[in-house]
Design a protein around this ligand. Structure first.
Ligand SMILES: [Zn+2]
Length: 334
């Protein structure tokens, strides 16, 4: 399974029942001519699908009585929205990690005209925290005076990542991570991987369905094994060899590899106290053995340092320099 289709996302939305009921109740009351909403929560849990659900519920041809706001999914309007061809449902995504003011200005142009066919025009801005300052200010002006019959939905991991004046104009609806057991079910049924691998991926994905499917499609378990083997082989190597490894790693998917190392270090600590609480349970014997040679305090210190690097990793820092420093200070377990 290379991507998660819209209908599967709608199935996943059953774990956001309270949130959907909140959306339906808002639409049933129709107290406001337009809504400004923020859907917050970790990546890969259906926030965009929730926004599409809102668009469908607000425009479904079958929702004719105001006591029922569940979209039918098969009327002309619902079908167009699912296919992404509805002219009045606009979905904005970051381009190269950024939402620029030019994109927000385009929305402004759209808003100058009456919608084509929708009862409620919906502007969905995914990863709204990727707006630069100018874009955020331009959007704020629209939120201050939203045109009648137009709703905005912004998706974001944490509302603190948005400009406070935008947050204060929006109603925040918090989405929950996808339950562990359901992730396993999807991985087995849709990605066709065995239970053992599904459990391992689900524990690493931590409720993020998109990430779980990506990990399954990209053979993450084998990548993890080869990374850990490589690290173990470096345990008795020279500093020069370790620095060559650092260079290699910084050119790969740096953050993902560092996250794997962080979990490995975490397991090296946890195994000292509880052998059944490991994330990399399949490597229990190896972790148990190695843990006996490692000091708990320095492992915990390494975990904190990696965490700090991960927080900076997205911000154009010199990855290799950070990793070199980690190795030279002997803060990595190798
Ligand atoms: Zn419908």
């Amino acid at each position: 399974m290379k991507s998660i289709d819209t209908l599967l996302w709608f199935e996943v939305l059953k774990f956001q029942q309270t949130q959907l009921e909140q959306i339906e109740s808002m639409l049933e009351k129709r107290a406001l001519p337009s809504f400004s909403l923020v859907f917050s929560g970790i990546d890969g849990i259906g926030k965009k699908a929730g926004a599409v659900y809102f668009a469908m519920a607000a425009n479904c041809d079958q929702v004719i009585n105001e006591t029922n706001s569940k979209p039918c999914t098969h009327c002309r309007s619902c079908k167009k929205i699912i296919a992404g061809t509805h002219p009045d449902i606009v979905i904005i995504k970051p381009d190269n990690g950024l939402i620029k003011i030019s994109v927000i200005r385009e929305i402004g142009k759209i808003l100058m005209y009456k919608q084509n066919e929708a009862r409620v025009r919906v502007i969905i801005i995914c990863d709204a925290h990727k707006m630069n300052k100018e874009a955020a200010n331009a959007l704020l002006k629209m939120l201050e005076e939203p045109p009648s019959g137009t709703s905005f939905i912004l998706t974001v991991t944490e509302t603190v990542d948005l400009v406070p004046t935008i947050v204060s104009r929006c109603l925040n609806i918090r989405f929950y991570p996808v339950p562990f057991k359901y992730l396993i079910k999807i991985l087995i049924e849709k990605c066709e991987i065995p239970l053992e691998r599904a459990e391992l991926i689900a524990s690493f994905a931590r409720g993020n369905l998109e990430k779980a499917v990506f990990m399954s499609d990209n053979n993450w378990i084998d990548l993890r094994c080869s990374l850990i083997n490589e690290l173990d082989m470096l345990l008795n190597s020279s500093v020069a060899e370790k620095l060559i490894f650092s260079e290699k790693l910084s050119k790969k998917n740096f953050s993902e590899y560092l996250k794997i190392i962080k979990i490995y270090l975490r397991d090296l600590v946890i195994v000292k106290y509880h052998k059944n609480l490991l994330v990399f349970d399949d490597l229990k014997d190896k972790i148990d053995l190695l843990s006996k040679t490692k000091d708990t305090d320095s492992l915990i210190s390494s975990i904190y340092t990696i965490d700090m690097i991960l927080q900076k990793a997205d911000k154009n820092f010199n990855k290799r320099l950070m990793l070199d420093a980690l190795i030279l200070k002997k803060q990595l377990y190798i």
